[in-house]
Design a protein around this ligand. Structure first.
Ligand code: PLP
Length: 361
């Protein structure tokens, strides 16, 4: 087996556990000794229906999803949720409250404006998105409040969530399953699979039934959460393989001790890398310390002209995916669940070796 010889810090699609990749590969060839590939079976077959049931049970168990929430597997990525949410929950005469804490927040605001009025109640655009914005005035007549728990591109993360007396909706694409989240505090949570859950193609939505009951206007079927709920995510063909691999990945996480356990490991990984960023005179962290993401760690070099050279130095040592997002620059190391602490140690060693060769001159 020659897979995973690199240290994969890619932001998404991202690293998955080697054992998951092996099982996923085997199922493509011969799924459970059925003589069939997982890629060629009906989504209505009892065997696949069992996969959906198991995956839902794992989501509920690992994330401690309250009973009165629907667990949905959709397509279209987190980006489709940017428009599906206002299409369901924002009326023309209403306003929705949004925070603008990064590029994905900006995109969610743009899409919501197709359906109604948006009030940006917190923005850190003026600070270059280096922090989580403070939340301004939110009134009870607003349709809902939308935030992003982890800003994948800018490397900031929310560690507490407001209680505002209106529905709370959160894009958890990049930190779901990485830390214990108070799901019951939210009315709707969504996440694309490819950051921590599995391969691209599936979007997880957790939604409180009470919120769905408030929808009174007609919604096209493919955008109507109630249709997916009432058909166990099988209104049309779901992303079969993506759900299957997500199930394998959740089984792996459960065997590893679950979310609370992996959160401890994730805290240790992030602390190790931030310590080096803060110690090493060549580098600095981009986010304010209180809001530093544990998942996506963004940093730059004081001497920007050395960044390309460091990137090739690191690439030669097996580091993959550490180039920062194109509009942000610098570096971004994503430390998702499957990334081992040894990979973080390798990156730290790389930064230290570079300092020895290039520092102080
Ligand atoms: C990646 C990401 C998205 C976009 O996800 P797609 O699945 O590509 O649509 C949205 N929000 C956040 C926070 C992300 O990290």
């Amino acid at each position: 087996m020659t897979i995973q010889t690199k240290h994969n810090f890619g932001a998404g699609p991202c690293i998955l556990p080697a054992s998951v990749l092996e099982q996923a590969a085997e199922a493509v060839k011969n799924w459970d000794n059925s003589g069939l590939s997982i890629l060629e079976v009906s989504h209505r077959s009892p065997k696949f229906e069992e996969v959906v049931v198991k995956t839902e049970a794992l989501v509920r168990e690992l994330l401690e999803v309250p009973e009165d929430y629907a667990v949905l597997f959709l397509q279209g990525g987190a980006s489709t949720q940017f428009s599906m949410i206002p299409q369901n929950f924002l009326q023309k005469h209403q306003k929705a409250a949004y925070t603008d804490a990064g590029l994905f927040g900006e995109k969610s605001i743009k899409e919501a404006k197709y359906f109604g009025e948006v009030e940006v109640v917190g923005s850190s655009a003026g600070e270059g998105y280096a922090m989580i914005p403070e939340i301004g005035s939110v009134t009870k007549d607003m349709a809902y409040f939308h935030c992003t728990s982890n800003n994948t591109i800018e490397g900031t993360e929310m560690f507490s969530f407001p209680e505002l007396g209106i529905p709370l909706i959160c894009d958890m694409s990049s930190d779901i399953f990485s830390r214990v989240m108070p799901i019951g505090q939210f009315d709707l949570v969504y996440a694309g699979a490819q950051k921590n859950m599995g391969p691209a193609g599936m979007t997880l939505v957790l939604v409180k039934n009470e919120l769905l009951d408030t929808v009174k206007h007609p919604v096209p079927s493919m955008s109507d959460y109630r249709i997916y709920r009432d058909n166990q995510s099988m209104f049309n063909t779901p992303p079969v393989y993506s759900i299957f691999v997500a199930m394998l990945n959740m089984q792996w996480l459960k065997a590893r001790g679950g979310v609370a356990q992996i959160e401890k490991e994730n805290i240790a990984k992030a602390a190790l890398l931030y310590a080096e960023i803060d110690r090493n005179p060549l580098f600095y962290g981009m986010a304010v310390k209180e809001h530093r993401s544990r998942v996506n760690i963004c940093f730059k070099m004081h001497d920007q002209t050395k960044e390309e050279d460091f990137l090739s130095f690191a690439t030669d040592r097996g580091m993959v995916g550490i180039k920062g997002y194109r509009t942000v620059g610098g570096f971004r190391a994503s430390l998702y669940n499957a990334l081992q602490i040894d990979s973080v140690k390798a990156l730290v060693a790389c930064m230290q070796d570079y300092e020895k060769q290039h520092g102080n001159n």
